[in-house]
Design a binder for this molecule. Sequence first.
Ligand code: CMC
Length: 424
Amino acid sequence: MTDSTLKLGDKDYPVRKGSVGPEVVDIRKFYAQSGMFTYDPGFTSTASCESGLTYIDGDAGVLLHRGYPIDQLAEQSSFMEVAYLLLNHELPSKDELDKFSYTISRHTMLHEQLAQFYRGFRRDAHPMAIMCGVVGALSAFYHDSTDITDPQQRMIASHRLIAKMPTIAAMAYKYSVGQPFLYPDNSLSYTGNFLRMTFGVPAEEYVVDPVVEAAMDKIFILHADHEQNASTSTVRLAGSSGANPFACIAAGIACLWGPAHGGANEAALNMLREIGRPERIPEYIARAKNKDDPFRLMGFGHRVYKNFDPRAKVLSKAASDVLDSLGINDPVLDTARELERIALSDPYFIDKKLYPNVDFYSGVILSAIGFPTTMFTVLFALARTVGWVAQWNEMISDPDQKIGRPRQLYTGPTQRDYVPVSQR
Ligand code: CMC
């Protein structure tokens, strides 16, 4: 909806209103009309697309998926239901949810040949390296769902990706610990099946612990989507060229791996372990504040949340619940709580509006469940696949969609003549 205009130079540009949130100046004709580009490294003020999936108000600490607050979804819904919501716009009826869960469960197996891929990796390979490779390789196996102009094929590819990620992730884990791969068990829930494939062994029956299953499902919900973050923008950018969905999601996984993004959960727990005990916290706070030290408090700060991260609130409580019910007394949780307390009363963190983010407490829970830190970002990728495919589908269906092609402010040499090496 265009309500008003903004004058830039001698031209008026339309200002568009979303359903909620800041208005957006439509500058698509700006270069053609003014001969100038806009400059926004890191996209701090740029809306790269129109989207109806997820809304964030960073100042108020609000995160909505299709209008539903994240805390309500995390407390009352299931990951399958949230996946349906993100993909299909509305919450499902009971029948729709059953059908969707059944469809996903029918795609959980991997082509048998894919198991050979794992054997090409070193046993000590980081599981995110395996994820990038194996997910990218899916496009070599599922040719019948790579025609992105066919909505049916797009939906099949989306279902395949959501369904196969737990299998791929669990196999990456199994490979690293030298245990046999387990085939999916479709009688279990999405999350229960993942836990069994990860922690079960063929010699014994695996009984899914409902407390662990519920905590894991909650973590999946909290990571399902997050507006136009770096990895989602990567998926959209890759997809804008017409690349197939498996390649696009592999690109998203590669981006997510970075420690400023999904890799922060691994880095946060490593940091908490390194701190070790609450008495050492001041030393780390001092390092985080020191401009000459590149150290940052991992799991703190967010590009968008400048009040609190609503996902961190849910996880802070879940961390205590899970550790209590598993009977684990991990000093890392005490260190985390004390670090949060000290940081949140320190003027540096208050002034810069740095609060714990989703990654601060998730590692404590995942570690209590039994995951090694190297698997943390893999679990993030598993959950975020839902958001990636939903955003990718939305983009492909958008008639305004063009190939993503940013411009630049060029500051290199101007034209000069080549000098042969003998004369240099
Ligand atoms: N510890 C210490 N100082 C920090 C931190 C931190 N974790 N985060 C930001 N700052 C400071 C930063 O030094 C800068 O100070 P100054 O203005 O004096 O130069 C100021 O706060 C603003 O930081 P920025 O890097 O310009 O902010 P950004 O919006 O570009 O970065 C961020 C956001 C999440 C990358 C950053 O806060 C960070 O590196 N945090 C640690 C990594 C982390 O936890 N990432 C997970 C994000 S949530 C999950 C996800 O989305 O994947």
